[in-house]
Ligand binder design. Structure first.
Ligand SMILES: CC(=O)N[C@H](C=O)[C@@H](O)[C@H](O)[C@H](O)COP(=O)(O)O
Length: 229
């Protein structure tokens, strides 16, 4: 199944609490649109979204749950991970950093239990090369650059953290998925050039509020007086 993602685009379909598109039907329509456009896979957040997208889209599905506002918020516990797999995700994305997990399990214990209990694959969302290496040691099937710029370990670059993508791809033997702040097709292509196995894009495809604000910001002009005041 991972093989079908090689060199492909995975579209992350997520809306945030309180947003107009925060609705499983809306996210599933976006996921269907991504499939029609040639996506190789879908990434989705929330049990209802994962359940509905599983029914409507026949592509590999990476599922996650965002929980709370602590440091470890991407599928933080084993119980969350099992719920994501049971909702239909082929791959469960979990926090793959070296930080303490809220249920007290290690990353290795968590991954082992997900494999044994569900048969789903595990994508470890990492924030640094050191995270990626330890996630690989812990048994992750896939490591993502997802959390680069969000853990304090690396600066939050304006675009993708291309340096980390190169470093991880060179150092790891498991597939590295480039994810995080990929805004253009050229950046997605460069991620593959740097050794990424697949590329995950969310905001730039599926988050109209952000996309609109990029255009609005670009059009904003300071009012320059034509006559001296
Ligand atoms: C850090 C974090 O919470 N990342 C989340 C992980 O699922 C999502 O909010 C991102 O949209 C996703 O990683 C895709 O990245 P981008 O939207 O930049 O293409």
């Amino acid at each position: 199944m991972i093989d079908s993602l090689r060199g492909g685009l995975i579209v992350s379909c997520q809306a945030y609490p309180g947003e107009p598109l925060r609705d499983p039907r809306a996210m599933s329509l976006i996921a269907m649109s991504a499939a029609a456009g040639g996506a190789a896979g879908i990434r989705a957040q929330g049990i209802e979204d994962i359940t509905l997208i599983r029914q409507l889209v026949a592509l590999p599905l990476i599922g996650l749950l965002k929980v709370g506002d602590g440091d470890v918020f991407i599928t933080p516990t084993l119980a969350h991970a099992i719920a994501v797999a049971e909702a239909g995700a082929d791959i469960v994305a979990i926090d793959g950093t070296r930080r303490d997990r809220p249920d007290g399990l290690t990353l290795a214990e968590t991954i082992r239990a997900i494999h044994e209990t569900t048969g789903a694959l595990v994508m470890a969302d990492a924030g640094s090369l050191e995270d990626g290496l330890s996630a690989q040691d812990a048994g992750a099937d896939i490591v993502g650059t997802t959390l680069s710029g969000y853990t304090g370990a690396r600066p939050r670059t304006i675009g993708p953290d291309l340096e980390l993508i190169s470093e991880m791809a060179a150092a790891l033997s498991v597939p590295v998925f480039a994810e995080g702040r990929i805004r253009t097709p050229a950046q997605a292509s460069e991620a593959l050039d740097r050794g990424a196995y697949a590329v995950v894009v969310g905001t730039a495809i599926t988050h109209p509020t952000s996309i609109t604000s990029w255009y609005v910001d670009a059009l904003r002009r300071e009012l320059v007086p034509t006559e001296p005041a």
